[in-house]
Write a protein of this length. Structure first.
Length: 76
């Protein structure tokens, strides 16, 4: 079976890329704020946790995208 680039593929691709871009933008903002030294250690600890959680979230989006492509007939 040949993989077809149908509307479902493009919709899911743009959805996943949009989520990753939003997450990456938030993570960049967190990184900039974490480098600023005028913030309490408690806040920095929470921001590091949010940053790590954001990275895990992006990884999960990428894995979900790959699984979805597999279901659509890709990776054969």
């Amino acid at each position: 079976m040949v993989f077809e680039f149908n509307i479902e593929f493009w919709a899911f691709t743009f959805d996943s890329l949009g989520k990753i871009l939003i997450a990456a933008t938030a993570l960049m903002a967190h990184r900039i704020i974490m480098k600023h030294r005028g913030i309490d250690d408690i806040v920095l600890k929470d921001m590091r946790l949010e940053f790590t959680t954001g990275i895990v979230g992006i990884i999960m989006i990428v894995i979900g995208y790959a699984l979805h492509l597999t279901r659509l007939g890709g990776f054969k």
